[in-house]
Write a protein that binds this ligand. Structure first.
Ligand code: HEC
Ligand code: HEC
Ligand code: HEC
Length: 129
């Protein structure tokens, strides 16, 4: 690999090493060290679109995929790995179950110190984008 490749490889190893303890804490089933924030889960659903450990780490990639798919080919349906069909929508799907955005999405994002800038456009459940 060239110099550029080596630098990129080094960078990605660095990122993984630096973020690993954080992810392993978030992904841990229990709250062993007590630092994971208290989150409000949907009262009337037991499962997410994909399994929970996958969602914890990959929900942002799934959302990007949904948006890109929808814009590219206009297909609004997502078939999950268990064969369920969902509408590819941040507000109409994710927030339909995770109704309390403040005590779910935002609690965890505050803890993780990330500020997704989706909400200036995607606000109400009914309104789409
Ligand atoms: C500047 C405004 C704007 C911002 C900011 C924005 N979006 Fe969108 N988004 C749109 C528009 C416009 C569409 C197209 C709506 C349509 O075709 O129904 C869209 C569509 C989508 C869709 C598919 C349709 C739906 O109802 O959800 C997803 C998923 C999505 N965006 C996710 C995100 C995420 C995640 C973020 C934050 C990281 C984000 N968007 C930030 C404007 C925005
Ligand atoms: C059918 C209802 C439903 C939909 C739709 C749904 N979720 Fe979930 N989600 C859940 C439930 C229930 C859990 C917790 C499952 C458990 O107890 O393991 C969960 C878990 C999660 C987690 C992991 C939380 C943690 O503790 O680590 C994230 C992140 C998440 N969802 C984000 C999303 C996003 C983003 C979307 C849209 C792409 C979405 N969810 C759509 C019901 C849903
Ligand atoms: C268990 C913790 C947790 C929960 C719950 C959670 N997120 Fe996240 N989210 C994260 C982390 C951590 C990141 C940053 C990941 C990274 O930078 O690699 C993130 C990043 C994102 C991003 C990408 C932001 C960006 O600027 O690139 C979007 C969009 C997002 N989350 C949407 C949601 C939505 C919508 C919900 C609620 C339905 C939600 N998240 C719930 C932990 C969580």
């Amino acid at each position: 690999m060239g110099d550029k490749g080596k630098i990129l490889f080094g960078l990605s190893v660095f990122v993984i090493l630096v973020t690993f303890p954080f992810w392993s804490r978030l992904a841990a089933a229990g709250d062993s060290d007590g630092s994971r924030p208290e989150l409000e889960y949907p009262a009337d659903a037991t499962a997410c679109v994909e399994d929970t450990p996958y969602m914890t780490v990959n929900h942002m990639n799934l959302l990007n995929e949904w948006r890109d798919d929808l814009v590219r080919d206009g297909n609004p349906e997502y078939i999950s790995s268990t064969g369920e069909t969902y509408l590819k929508s941040l507000t109409k799907t994710c927030l339909d179950c995770h109704e309390n955005r403040d005590d779910f999405c935002t609690s965890c994002h505050d803890y993780a110190d990330v500020q997704p800038t989706c909400w200036e456009c995607h606000t109400t459940k009914g309104g789409g984008a």
